[in-house]
Ligand binder design. Structure first.
Ligand code: PAF
Length: 287
């Protein structure tokens, strides 16, 4: 006989979510939230693992948020497998799945949005206009709906993490925002739901994006300027077959403004297309 399948309670309304979280809080149990868009991989399950270290009860949300996709982006083909995701979350020890409908999140007369300011305008924000407004709005809603004590986000989307930190601080949302380092394949490729789009040939080339970041970081540590180091990283990524490279840039770890030289902690962020698939990645770099 196979192992019995674990099942996970699923709620679809804010009222049901709040009722469960309130009951846990009344029982003195803190709550961690892991927001996701599904298509879960080991990186997401690591977020659940971290949430379990920080709070006795863990809620995951699954919502493919239409407002963070541009008109020519992959909203309609974004991978969806709620039953598979629920089984993975149950196996990881998650206590509740919040999987709202689009109507629950955005009723017909929905009109407000959260605009995160300058930190959302560079890098990803420049190439995906409106993206961070969509992210900031849905994440603010999820944090307020769940009333969680802590929320965990992957550093894979580093600019998103900084945007969310800024929004939670600016709007006094009473939650601790926690980032978790990127989980990678042995060859360096960052785990991403979008890796599912890669052909076998593209998958073989994909780790070059991470390698380009490492080359830029090494150059910075060897004394190159931010511009020179980034150019070296871009050359590697381009030669491997990525086209276009939207950006590969060394920036200040907190403001995400360009880093002229390695005189303080930095982060190197990149986004580039391999065939039809746009991949992003980033690594830290210390003086
Ligand atoms: O990182 C993601 O999966 C999404 O941007 C998030 C944070 C769940 C908001 O939709």
């Amino acid at each position: 006989m196979g192992k019995p399948q674990q099942s996970l309670a699923i709620v679809r309304t804010v009222a049901e979510l709040r009722a469960q979280v309130t009951a846990w809080h009344k029982a003195g149990q803190g709550v961690g939230l892991v927001p996701t868009m599904g298509a879960l991989h080991v990186g997401h399950l690591a977020l659940v693992g971290r949430a379990k270290e920080l709070a006795p009860k863990v809620v995951a949300s699954l919502f493919v948020n239409p407002t963070q996709f541009g008109p020519s982006e992959d909203f309609s083909r974004y991978p969806r497998d709620e039953a598979g995701d629920a089984a993975k979350l149950a196996g990881a020890g998650c206590d509740l799945l919040f999987a709202p409908t689009v109507e629950e999140m955005y009723p017909q007369d929905f009109a407000s949005s959260v605009s995160p300011g300058p930190i959302s305008e560079r890098l990803e924000g420049k190439f995906r206009p409106g993206h961070f407004q969509g992210v900031a709005t849905v994440v603010s809603k999820l944090l307020l709906q769940c009333q969680c004590d802590v929320a965990i986000f992957g550093e894979k989307d580093y600019q998103q993490l900084q945007v969310i930190r800024r929004v939670a601080r600016d709007l006094d949302i009473p939650v601790r925002i926690e980032g978790l380092p990127t989980v990678r394949e042995p060859d360096g490729l960052a785990l991403s739901s979008r890796n599912l789009y890669l052909s076998a040939e593209e998958r073989a080339v994909a780790p070059a994006l991470n390698r380009g970041l490492v080359i830029a970081a090494d150059a910075l540590r060897d004394g190159a300027s931010g511009a020179e180091a980034s150019a070296k990283g871009r050359a590697h990524v381009r030669q491997a077959g990525f086209d276009p490279i939207d950006y590969l840039e060394a920036v200040d770890v907190a403001t995400l403004e360009p880093l002229l030289k390695l005189d303080r902690p930095g982060r190197i962020l990149a986004a580039a297309k391999l065939g039809r698939t746009r991949l992003i990645d980033n690594i830290p770099v210390e003086p």
